[in-house]
Unconditional design. Structure first.
Length: 528
């Protein structure tokens, strides 16, 4: 099996950053083989694919050099038609030649034929072990982490077969949309689908479901449809003017939540949804080109077009590349992504911009270089964190939120480059503390309180590189995945969302390896 490596090119995002709710661009990424589809699971990672079997990745600041990840597409000019990335360490893409290929965070596999005679048109993945693809003949294909299934019927209604889009917020709920306005639903991992339901008179082009109780679908006529967990709404004519023009139909929709969506049409016009209504159309540039869009959150989206350009939406500040490069074991670069984030440098140190030790926590308002050893309060916000990697000249990074933690990093030895985020209690007045687990009264009451599942703080992490999160009773080590760690009154709970996590239990002196979807509670020692 051959692989295609991912390389990076110089920064091309404007150094001035973005104001909230605005689009920046265009940025040229590949004029010769332009991308038409994109997936962004995080603000620090996107992957785009398109014409000629080419693809590229984006780390939130720079685009990687275009790579021919699917050479089988070249002889007949086939295009990579869809991509889905549940994390920065896994993506699946499909092409018009009937092939699928996957990405492991570093390189792409060779194309694998999943069907003969049909052309895959859509794919959705919830993890590295579950994807569903659909084709232009109404067939579906399920990926289990190693192989693709034989064809499964999604839509077999005469002349209504083509699948325009698939969205699976979980392995137990998927929605497919397509030709003649048909919608199908699966609640058993894609093995069987409901009878097609006509909700539109035009072809449905794309669907996005952040949960089983909310979806948005768009059609070729400029209409949007919402699903509330039980039924679909009537057509909402949000882009009729462009929808009536030749080649002006909607191309993609992305909803990271029920309160935010972005839709894009082939005239490179975007519209946003705030949970109740759609904005007026806004054209990114005066062109009519195939385009795609993906949003990691309500403050970060990336759109690509058939002209080889990319556009970024959000509240990103100046990218970390405008700062000095992080130094192994000494400094790291942090950028607020959403909400409110604070930082406190260690004794005798200061953060870029002058905040010194002794001032307590200061708000993080822009891309900032901080010393290793700093404490970060992300209880009510999220941040992008970039550190130096073990190999000289390289960096590693991720997005973190939901806890107060101290950042340390090993500068040498077997753990060289390993960045550790240790949950901190009692960091300030009113901060999470284990003292709140102590009940008053009899010893039995104290034991009951200590054994409760009360969550003190929950750190949510999505990163690629050598990272470890450390709670009071265990530590979780990863090379690139999405995971959470929670300090609770009864112990430290680690949950693996994607890939693998190695958990070290400090109390029982053992190590447990978690796979996607698994959890482990390192129980607090019994109180006497």
């Amino acid at each position: 099996m051959t692989t295609a490596a991912v390389t990076t090119v110089a920064l091309v995002v404007p150094s001035s950053g973005l104001a909230a709710g605005t689009w920046s661009g265009p940025t040229v990424i590949d004029k010769s083989n332009p991308p038409e589809n994109i997936s962004c699971p995080a603000t620090t990672f996107c992957a785009a694919v398109g014409v000629g079997g080419y693809g590229e990745t984006f780390n939130g600041s720079a685009w990687g050099a275009p790579a021919n990840i699917d050479p089988s597409s070249n002889p007949s000019g086939h295009t990579l038609t869809a991509i889905s990335c549940p994390s920065a360490s896994f993506c699946a893409a499909v092409d018009q030649a009937g092939n699928a290929l996957t990405f492991n965070g570093r390189s792409w596999t060779s194309p694998v034929a999943i069907e003969h005679g049909g052309a895959p048109t859509a794919v959705s993945c919830t993890s590295a072990s579950f994807c569903v693809a659909g084709d232009n003949g109404g067939a579906g294909f399920i990926y289990n982490g190693s192989t693709w299934s034989a064809a499964i019927t999604i839509n077999n209604v005469s002349n209504h077969e083509s699948i325009g889009g698939i969205s699976c917020p979980s392995a137990s709920f998927c929605v497919a949309v397509g030709e003649r306005g048909d919608v199908e639903t699966s609640t058993n991992g894609g093995s069987s689908w409901t009878t097609p339901l006509d909700i539109a008179t035009a072809n449905l082009m794309s669907v996005s479901c952040p949960s089983a109780s909310f979806c948005v679908a768009i059609d070729a006529g400029g209409n949007a449809y919402t699903y509330n967990g039980a039924s679909w709404s009537a057509a909402d004519p949000i882009d009729i003017a462009n929808g009536q023009l030749d080649g002006g139909e909607f191309r993609a929709v992305s909803c990271p939540s029920s309160a935010f969506c972005v839709a894009i049409d082939a005239h490179e016009t975007v519209l946003t949804f705030n949970g109740s209504s759609w904005s007026a159309p806004e054209q990114l540039e005066p062109a009519a080109l195939a385009s795609g869009v993906s949003c990691a959150s309500s403050s970060f989206c990336v759109a690509v077009d058939g002209g080889g350009n990319a556009f970024v939406y959000g509240s990103a500040r100046a990218p970390t590349s405008t700062l000095p490069a992080p130094v192994l074991g000494k400094t790291a670069n942090v950028t607020p992504v959403s909400g409110v984030v604070f930082v406190r440098p260690p004794l005798g140190k200061s953060v870029d911009g002058g905040a010194a030790a002794g001032q307590g926590f200061v708000r993080l308002t822009a891309a900032t270089q901080i010393p290793i050893g700093s404490e970060i309060n992300s209880l009510h916000g999220s941040l992008k964190l970039v550190t130096a990697a073990a190999k000289k000249g390289q960096v590693q990074g991720g997005t973190f939120r939901g806890a107060v933690f101290r950042l340390t990093q090993a500068a040498g030895g077997a753990s060289k480059g390993l960045a550790t985020l240790s949950l901190v209690e009692s960091a300030f007045k009113g901060a999470p503390t284990y003292a709140s687990c102590q009940g008053k009264g009899k010893a039995g009451d104290v034991a009951a309180a200590a054994a409760s599942g009360k969550v003190l703080q929950l750190l949510r992490a999505s990163a690629h590189g050598r990272f470890r999160t450390r709670g009071r009773y265990s530590a979780a080590t990863v090379l690139g995945t999405i995971w959470t760690v929670a300090d609770r009154c009864d112990g430290t709970l680690t949950h693996d969302v994607t890939d693998r996590v190695s958990v070290t239990d400090f109390v029982r002196h053992k190590t447990v390896v978690l796979h996607a979807g698994q959890s482990y509670l390192a129980k607090a020692p019994a109180r006497t």
